[in-house]
Design a protein around this ligand. Structure first.
Ligand SMILES: C[C@H]1O[C@@H](n2cnc3c(O)ncnc32)[C@H](O)[C@@H]1O
Ligand SMILES: [Zn+2]
Length: 432
């Protein structure tokens, strides 16, 4: 007997071999998809009737700082350097482990509600984020943020903590947690430190998550310090490979794109954060054209200000159409690929697609809504009309985390109240 059967659904598989099924059935057993077809002869403990609904792979958020939900709306409308150094870092200096737990749990709740089934995170007190991921049932690739700032002692201490975290949590929560090294950026970490991180990551078989060329200020600072940009510096020290996840990549030259392609680097595009902080427009259409794997991230809630990847998909599609003066740029299917398959390629290739043998990370959207009526083309609706709040059911690793809008794994009221209290106390400490 199977664990879950989902029937009567439009199935957006994201699998180029099979295409979509207009009225199909998905069977889940032991955390994996065991059957997809029109009908099944199986029976299951849980049968979900998904009439008027779409079943699709869960969305993958490849760049965020989950606990920054506590800073949602805290320091809006500022220049990135002022925002980060003048407001966010002083507030983060007061963060306790408990704050990070409460903020991360709130992020997990928001992601479950809006259809994100896995995410890549870089932050501090990461044991707490890992505990929140464990409790929520989500999947995540987590890293401790390493901000060396040319201070050798701080670099050593950060790296020690990063290494401890990587080793302590790799494969935890029944394999749902993976760990990575998280050097913050090439303009906040020295060349020697970045090379050391590369070495450690290779030794531990862990990936690396890093911000790259987010702002023009970074590009200019790198040119002044090294006479070359971040991508060329990282390439020269042998930093890049398919285990590197580079967030932002806004200020790229054509030569940089070629390096990213050649090295198989995964790029996380954060359209809303880049627009809000006025960082610039990443050359996403060029990267995709050249064959770079580009996925989607929200960044933290202080620069977005939510974790809804449906908003991110729509924004990315619109931004690159207007940027290229071409309405055919980034069509709906390609954006859906960025939100699912491409993200999965960066974090866990056994997810991101509804296919027999893949891990069962999937979501069900309720399509019987005024803003989704009529429906001529499902992918178009998912990108241009749907919202995270249209997700009715979220399943990760074959476990139902939200069933028909009811979150089963967390006490929603308590999570919100505790985060609200922690955020208020934190801000009053910063202002004191
Ligand atoms: C992990 C550290 O990274 C900081 N951070 C959050 N968002 C951004 C961003 O867009 N660029 C650079 N750094 C960022 C976060 O506050 C932590 O200090
Ligand atoms: Zn970031």
């Amino acid at each position: 007997m199977a664990d879950i059967i989902i029937k009567n659904a439009y199935i957006l598989t994201m699998d180029p071999d099979t295409g979509d099924l207009k009225n199909g059935t998905v069977v889940i057993e032991d955390g994996r998809i065991t059957e997809i077809g029109e009908k099944t002869s199986e029976s299951a403990e849980t049968v979900i009737d998904a009439k008027h609904s779409v079943v699709m792979p869960g969305l993958v958020n490849t760049h965020t700082h989950a606990a920054m939900t506590l800073f949602r709306g805290y320091a809006d409308d500022l220049q990135l350097s002022d925002w980060l150094e003048g407001h966010i870092w002083p507030a983060e200096a007061r963060l306790t482990a408990q704050d990070v737990y409460k903020g991360s749990l709130l992020a997990c709740l928001e992601m479950i509600r809006s259809g994100t089934t896995s995410f890549a995170d870089m932050y501090f007190h990461m044991d707490e984020t890992a505990k929140a991921v464990e409790a929520s049932g989500l999947r995540a690739s987590l890293s401790h943020g390493l901000i060396e700032l040319w201070n050798e002692e701080k670099g050593e201490a950060d790296l020690k903590e990063g290494r401890r975290f990587v080793r302590a949590w790799q494969g935890a929560a029944n394999g749902r947690i993976k760990t990575m090294y998280g050097p913050h950026a090439p303009n906040t970490c020295s060349e020697e430190f970045l090379a050391k991180v590369r070495e450690e990551a290779s030794r531990d078989g862990a990936g690396i998550h890093i911000h790259v060329l987010e702002t023009e200020a970074e590009l200019l600072a790198m040119k002044e310090r090294y006479g070359k940009c971040s991508v060329h510096l990282l390439d020269d020290i042998g930093f890049f490979g398919p285990d590197v996840l580079a967030a932002h990549c806004v200020w790229l030259s054509d030569g940089d794109i070629e390096i990213l392609r050649k090295r198989g680097v995964n790029v996380s595009h954060n359209a809303i954060s880049n627009m809000k902080l006025a960082s610039g427009i990443a050359p996403v259409h060029k990267m995709l054209e050249k064959g770079v794997n580009v996925s989607l991230g929200t960044d933290g809630c202080a620069s977005n200000n939510n974790l809804d990847l449906f908003e991110e998909m729509k924004t990315a599609a619109l931004l690159h159409k207007v940027n290229t003066f071409s309405p055919t740029a980034l069509p709906a299917r390609q954006v859906l690929e960025m939100g699912t398959v491409n993200g999965a390629k960066a974090l866990d290739p056994e997810t991101g697609m509804l296919k027999v043998g893949k891990k069962a990370d999937l979501i069900i959207l309720d399509m019987k809504k005024p803003h989704l009526t009529p429906c001529f083309d499902v992918p178009s609706h998912l990108v241009y009309s749907a919202k995270g709040s249209d997700v009715r059911t979220t399943i990760v690793n074959g476990k139902v985390l939200m069933d028909n809008y009811r979150v089963l794994v967390l006490d929603e009221q308590k999570v919100m109240e505790e985060a609200q209290k922690a955020a208020a106390e934190l801000v009053s400490k910063v202002n004191a």
